[in-house]
Design a protein around this ligand. Structure first.
Ligand SMILES: Cc1ncc(COP(=O)(O)O)c(C=O)c1O
Length: 459
């Protein structure tokens, strides 16, 4: 028998999924649009990167890029001390911490993706359930399952309750439902600020979820990867104009800032992740970190596996210099929120002008948009033989949404993320990334509208 057939059961399970979406993603990243060199390439409005400060961060990186002999050596796989000290400094100066974060409470990993894998392996057994409110960042599913073999179970929270404490009732129902099937729930993930809606949770909502987790002895993974990418409603004075009744602005409050955390939960159940990819615009460096000031056993257990999430020594030394430069970092963090606000305003004006509803956001690189009308037009222009015309958006299905999404990448040459990937509650939602220069973004939005509403049928 050939070795090709002798893979582990886990590997076989991991490779047996639907590869169509992966291929579309590959084509979007391989054949990227460039105004001059590749105008027919795919315009990427799908991958959450913030391109607005590219020149600033490149200049800074090139100024600290010097290789010394220590960079050739092995080092502490949980991250070099100067780097962990620089990360602690970021928390202590920018997360309004209740108690100073220490460098030994931090473990550096190669990306938050890797961090979630490590955390899940340490906290969950195969088959354990992890609750996440829908819509959610789709990669949570693979992050917790590919190696750790835990499973995300979505909790359907209506959009209007996503910032509110009332959402806890949906978690309670899900927990009961899983228990009745003999499935053990071990953890909840709270993504605050939230991907894909760009909203911040109210303190009351987090409090209710913490109490729920505590009562049921569940770990709480706080994914705060967009903590410093808040651009509206950072505090009362910068709240700006409220756009509509669903535009409820809460300031982002890191779990590290809670002075009375013990009143809600045993803090040893709480873990935080953050990293370079979003707030510092360096996705490609593949660096994230896990923080748990309250659970030494947990930190020991994750650090045992740190040899598998080792990063380049050179990146540690460069990042110690970049994050350790307080003047640069403070200016950079301000610039990020100013630029995001500007891009958000331009994008939302465009959406309003073109009658595309969206969920008002306050953080992150994305907007959660309602594309039911373009989807209906696309669907009716691309009916299969024998299919009847649809008369209302209520008749749309997730299959229609998926088919349009594939067509949008393959023929329309725009990559967005379809709501079905985030487990949206109904067809016709998508996430677009607006944190990119307006001239390129506008080409993408124009293409998206023109393509979905054009009467040219699917080939
Ligand atoms: C909510 C959330 N968590 C984690 C990640 C993964 O980040 P990293 O690049 O550090 O692996 C992302 C990336 O899009 C994200 O949006």
């Amino acid at each position: 028998m050939s070795g090709e057939h002798l893979l582990s059961k886990l590997a076989i399970k991991n490779t047996s999924g639907d590869l169509e979406a992966l291929l579309a993603f590959k084509s979007a990243t391989k054949d990227q649009y460039d105004e001059l060199t590749n105008p027919s390439g795919v315009l990427n409005l799908g991958v959450a990167v913030n391109k607005l400060q590219e020149e600033v961060i490149l200049k800074k990186l090139n100024s600290v890029n010097q290789v010394v002999k220590e960079d050739l050596e092995y080092f502490d796989p949980t991250g070099t001390l100067p780097f962990r000290e620089a990360i602690a400094d970021i928390f202590n100066r920018h997360f309004n911490v209740h108690k100073q974060v220490e460098s030994d409470q931090i473990m550096v990993v190669n990306g938050v993706t890797s961090g979630i894998d490590v955390i899940t392996s340490v906290l969950c057994d195969p088959g354990d359930a992890i609750l996440v409110s829908e819509p959610y960042y789709s990669m949570f599913v693979t992050d917790v399952s590919l190696r750790a073999q835990a499973e995300v179970h979505g909790v359907q929270v209506p959009l209007e309750e996503i910032q509110l404490p009332s959402q806890v009732t949906y978690y309670e129902q899900k927990l009961k439902e899983l228990a009745s099937k003999g499935i053990k729930t071990k953890m909840i993930i709270i993504c605050n600020p939230h991907n894909p809606t760009g909203k911040c949770y109210s303190r009351k909502a987090i409090g209710a979820l913490l109490r729920f987790a505590n009562e049921n002895q569940l770990f709480v993974l706080m994914d705060e990867i967009y903590a410093l990418s808040v651009y509206r409603g950072k505090d009362v004075s910068s709240a700006g104009t409220v756009e509509s009744s669903d535009d409820v602005l809460f300031p982002f409050e890191s779990i590290l800032s809670w002075s009375n955390l013990e009143e809600f939960i045993d803090p040893s159940l709480v873990v935080i992740v953050h990293g370079l990819s979003k707030d510092f615009c360096m996705n490609g460096f593949r660096i994230g970190w896990i923080v748990s000031p309250w659970n030494k056993n947990f930190m020991e257990a994750v650090s045992v596996t740190s040899v598998f999430s080792y990063q380049a020594s050179l990146v540690n030394s460069m990042m110690a210099k970049v994050l350790g430069d307080r003047e640069f970092i403070d200016g950079f963090i301000n610039l990020v929120s100013t630029n995001l606000l500007d891009a958000y305003n331009k994008t939302t004006s465009y959406l309003k002008q073109n009658n595309i509803p969206y969920t008002p956001a306050q953080a992150g690189h994305f907007l959660w948009i309602n594309i039911k009308e373009p989807l209906l037009t696309w669907k009716n222009n691309n009916l299969k033989p024998g299919e009847a015309r649809l008369t209302s958006t209520d008749q749309l299905t997730f299959d229609d949404e998926y088919a349009m999404w594939l067509d949008t990448v393959n023929r329309g040459r725009i990559y967005i993320t379809a709501g079905v990937n985030f487990k949206a509650s109904e067809p016709g939602w998508a996430r677009i990334i607006f944190a990119q220069p307006w001239d390129k973004l506008k080409v993408g939005l124009d293409r998206l509208l023109a393509f979905t509403t054009s009467s040219e049928p699917q080939s």
